[in-house]
Design a protein around this ligand. Structure first.
Ligand code: SF4
Length: 598
């Protein structure tokens, strides 16, 4: 086995300054409340500091983060330790003291590791990536770092949507599923004896994007003309996302470290099935996790059995839970193990009497469903293949089973949306409420309906990727109108998200590497995005409100996520005709409910 520096070709550098004692004490205290963390000797291993760019409280409930930690540590030649953004007060103290951030497991300064890897799930955490680089004592931009520094690798869900806003900060972007990427990373490290060699090796592997290997040429209108791989770099014109063909032989991602100090407490989280076949035209998760791949039932149940000692509640993390062929058997078995079961958002058309009753019997009092809008017409536009009639049938099923509360997800700013569609949101909610009240009367206890409304941010890698976001004043008008429509309904509470928030989220979602200065400015000014965008002289409207349909290249085209542009163009056409696209299986199941087909 090679010695440590050769792993990622680190040059020797003076040891970094140790953090204050309090940092070490806090880490030890954290470990004392955890079950399942991994502590390995570092000698001769590839050392990876794995960051979640938010607090421990948030990060430890993130299944992707927990999974990548397990996948790294499952490799005998890798030692992986965690690091999080410290809570506010601690963060200020650390920044003020200039002390270097340390990992939780061995309290080693991050700057001493071979690789500093980030698992990034949300655009809002981009500034935290920069704060963590700062806390580690590393230059923020890849171009300012060298072999004295750990290799900075960015992965996670955001990287296979649009990694470009982070391109200037990362040495390597790992795009795709961890199960496929981790062994490839280790193989490349083991086959390399210098940093350039390692980058060259990775550039040749599926899923690894080395931003510095590409020049970007811009057209006169400011759009991207092309990505140009640098001569001799070996970088491909387009990086293909790494994904598993099948999950048949793979352990499902699940909680491996239990702690009470996290968002979902000591809930055991497990992914049951990956992907969703519904193809809603706005949904990046639906398109990006295709094909639908169930995890092995026996492994799901075995892991749940093992975790039962530490947890009495299981969270099923899947976007289309009921696409697992054994879902009823899984739910029944989890209930028999004594778990109370919390599913993530359920797809309406998958709610069967058996499933609803199993969830109710396991103690679930609230379900979440996503009608997205109140009108059947608009649901055909976005390819959400359920009707109001079906939604009301399912609401009947839910409330009659004894479940008391319902969360409803809606969106506004959808293509072709009119005032009638906003009224339809109110009307549908009122009809659902009527059903709730009828069953509440019989029970003598009234639950509540919580509506959550977000503006549509057209996402990369979806049918709407070319579409401009609806102008701010129009969205604000619609929000105001909707607030007026739904206020003062007893037992119904609406949470309508601020438009400004969506604007900057859209910038990070739709931007390219030219938005990097705004991320840097926002990191330095404490997240004041309006000022950051102005100070950095970034034209936010250009990225958010421009029709991109004539652009030669979109920022996220550098990663091939598997869906073809021609398919999205055809879907956009169908969207404009309010026409559904049904996967064959769904078409058979729902044919009676879909008048559009007849
Ligand atoms: S049903 Fe839900 S998860 Fe599936 S594509 Fe539609 S929005 Fe996405």
């Amino acid at each position: 086995m090679n010695n440590r520096p050769s792993r990622v070709a680190r040059a020797e550098r003076p040891r970094s300054r140790s953090g204050p004692q309090s940092q070490r004490d806090a880490a030890r205290d954290t470990l004392s409340r955890e079950v399942g963390y991994v502590r390995k000797p570092h000698d001769g291993k590839l050392r990876i500091a794995l960051a979640f760019p938010n607090t421990y409280f948030v990060g430890m409930s993130n299944l992707g983060f927990q999974t990548i930690y397990r996948l790294f540590n499952d490799q005998p030649d890798i030692v992986c330790e965690r690091v999080f953004l410290p809570p506010k007060q601690e963060l200020q103290a650390l920044l003020a003291s200039g002390a270097r951030i340390v990992t939780i497991e061995s309290q080693t300064p991050v700057s001493d590791f071979d690789i500093f890897a980030f698992s990034v799930s949300f655009e809002w955490d981009y500034t935290n990536v920069l704060t963590l680089l700062r806390l580690a004592g590393l230059p923020r931009r890849a171009a300012e770092r060298d072999t004295r520094h750990p290799l900075v690798l960015v992965g996670g869900a955001v990287t296979f949507v649009n990694p470009e806003p982070l391109a200037l900060f990362a040495d390597v972007i790992a795009a795709g599923e961890g199960e496929a990427l981790v062994p490839a990373l280790l193989a490349a490290v083991q086959a390399s004896s210098s940093r350039p060699e390692l980058l060259g090796q990775l550039a040749g592997k599926r899923g690894f994007y080395i931003p510095s290997f590409y020049d970007v040429e811009y057209a006169a209108d400011g759009s991207i003309a092309r990505y140009l791989p640098r001569e001799g770099s070996g970088a491909p014109p387009v990086v293909t996302k790494a994904a598993l063909k099948t999950t048949e032989a793979v352990d499902p991602p699940s909680t491996t470290i239990f702690t009470p100090d996290t968002e979902f407490g000591s809930r055991f989280l497990i992914e049951v099935v990956r992907g969703c076949a519904n193809l809603c035209r706005f949904c990046w998760a639906g398109y990006n996790y295709l094909p639908v791949r169930p995890f092995p039932t026996d492994r799901i149940l075995e892991l749940a059995r093992q975790a039962r000692t530490y947890s009495a509640r299981v969270g099923l993390v899947s976007i289309a839970l009921c696409d697992h062929p054994d879902i009823e058997h899984i739910l029944r078995s989890l209930k028999e193990m004594g778990y109370s079961i919390s599913p993530a958002s359920l797809r309406l058309d998958d709610l069967t009497p058996t499933i609803v009753s199993l969830l109710e019997q396991s103690g679930e009092r609230t379900l979440t469903i996503a009608p997205e809008t109140g009108s059947d017409r608009l649901r055909r536009v976005i390819n959400k293949t359920v009707t109001n009639e079906e939604i009301l049938n399912r609401a009947e099923l839910i409330f009659s089973s004894g479940i008391e509360n319902l969360k409803l997800y809606y969106m506004i700013g959808l293509p072709s949306e009119t005032d009638e569609d906003l009224v339809a949101i109110r009307d549908l909610t009122l009809q659902v409420r009527e059903i709730m009240m009828r069953h509440a009367k019989a029970r003598g206890r009234v639950g509540r309906i919580v509506g959550s409304v977000n503006p549509l941010v057209p996402k990369p890698g979806t049918t709407y990727q070319w579409m401009p976001m609806e102008p701010t004043d129009s969205i604000e008008r619609k929000m105001k109108r909707l607030r007026g429509l739904v206020s003062d309904i007893d037992n119904v509470y609406f949470n309508i998200k601020s438009e400004r928030h969506s604007y900057y989220q859209a910038l990070l979602s739709l931007g390219d590497r030219r938005v990097a200065p705004a991320i840097e400015a926002a990191e330095l000014n404490g997240g004041q995005w309006r000022r950051a965008v102005e100070d950095a002289d970034v034209d936010g409207d250009f990225f958010i409100f421009r029709d991109r349909s004539q652009d030669a290249v979109l920022p996220w085209d550098i990663i091939d996520g598997g869906m073809k542009s021609a398919f999205f163009r055809a879907e956009l056409e169908k969207s404009s005709r309010a026409e559904w696209t049904l996967p064959a299986k769904r078409a058979r199941e729902t044919i009676t409910l879909l008048p559009v087909l007849s």
